[in-house]
Design a protein around this ligand. Sequence first.
Ligand code: GLY
Length: 538
Amino acid sequence: MLFRFLLLLLICAPSALSAAPYQAMVVAAQKSAAEAGMAMLEKSGNAFDAAAATALALGVVEPGSSGIGGGGFFLLYIAREDRYVMIDARETSPKLAGNGEVFEQQSSIDGPQSAGVPGLAAGVDHLIETYGRLNRNVITQPAIDLASNGFAVGPRLRSMLEWRSSAFSDMARTTFLAGDTIRQPALADTLRRFARGGRDDFYRGETAGRLVADMKRDGGLIRESDLATYRVIEREPIIFDYRGFQFVSAALPSSGGMTLANVFGQLQDDNLKVLNQSDRIHLLVEAMKRAYRDRNAHMGDSDFVEIPDLLNPKRLQQQRAGIRMEHATPSSEIGNSSDAIGPGTDTTHFSVIDAEGNMVSATLSINYAFGSGYLSPSTGILLNDEMDDFATRPGKPNAFGLVQGSANAVAPGKRMLSSMTPTFVIGPDRTFIVGTPGGSRIISMVLLASLGFMLDETAAAEWVNAPRYHHQFLPDEIQHEQGAFNPDVANELQKRGHKLKLMKRRYGNMHAILIERETGKLTGIPDARGEGVAIRQE
Ligand code: GLY
């Protein structure tokens, strides 16, 4: 009897594995980076080789969003093992940052002191060595070519440059504001050294020496020992079920998977399909508010702080029981904490699948647009400003008037809490690879797109392109894009006590793949807000 029950469970449990062989696909924010990934597949590489090449190329052609001066998370599905793993290449705090005292006087956003120890080079190298098939030289070559030959500045990059260039160091100005083509010869040399020496060069070799010399001269905090002790960590993803779908998502130090699990855990017994628009949005917003409150107050690097049992089903049921359908609950009634989160604004996301069904969902970042604005002259590496993702001064407002909890306080070697949420959603017969940039709004964007996939009421492109809305506990308002609510729904939400805040700009840049597992049919869904593309292997 027990055996029959287990067998039934195995048959019914959604699996990312398929009966059908796939065409391969890469969906990324820039065509040249997606082509770099596809070139690896054409050379008989797998999805992990493609992801490594795409990540390195994006760091060159989308310099405002990610790069080897930053970090990120690669969520992998290894088909032959039917196994998921998350590669945590998040930055760490340099020792000289102490407990963050330095940020009482200095910015955690602009300048070399705002940089965490970069993780991407180690993450990419780990991906290649552990899961790839191709040689690091081959994988790095497209990025070297793009850095050395240059690329044309597109409208998206131009508007980011206009916005952020006031924070640029001299070398960043020279490199990025030279004209309509951006060439990065120093970065090309660093990538050549990376191709030869991998993480040994970056963290202990010539690149490390150059980077630290620049840091010492220009006021940065990263030293030899910070680089030498940097480690990539393989983590178990957050896996949970929601009404017949399985979510596989980012684990701490990303808050993404736990926050998604919190929202969907509260809504386990709600059939969203039968609710009218106003009720559905109200319920989602109320659940988000409570989940983000938990995120802001309690989450941090789990290797450094004890995380309470936030996903306990009883606790989530209690949270759900506190939601009233007729009234919005003010955030001040949910918790007396004034925790909130920093508004990280730029990052990148790409999705990959290969012919064997291996999948990658990767979200990579240098935090703000162009990170710290500091470009290390001798390496060409643009450094992140991820230190601002810490609660740099717990209990006190940061540069944006936001206050965060001590779980995410600065400590030497600690990883700053992230919102990056690379995710797989596995349904009975379809799988969705999804993720996006967008700071604290990443989680709600992934949530809304996943709901689109699960409810399946609109065309797939709409799951990514529909106007978005977001609530993050504080500020106590629904932030939304133009067109997110029709006038009747907007009136109804206001009647229930919600404050609506229209965002000046559309946000996010999602790059997703929909997989129909029986037929192997793939649909690439680049975000219409950006310049991304889906490339399919012929
Ligand atoms: N830097 C944005 C994030 O990790 O959430």
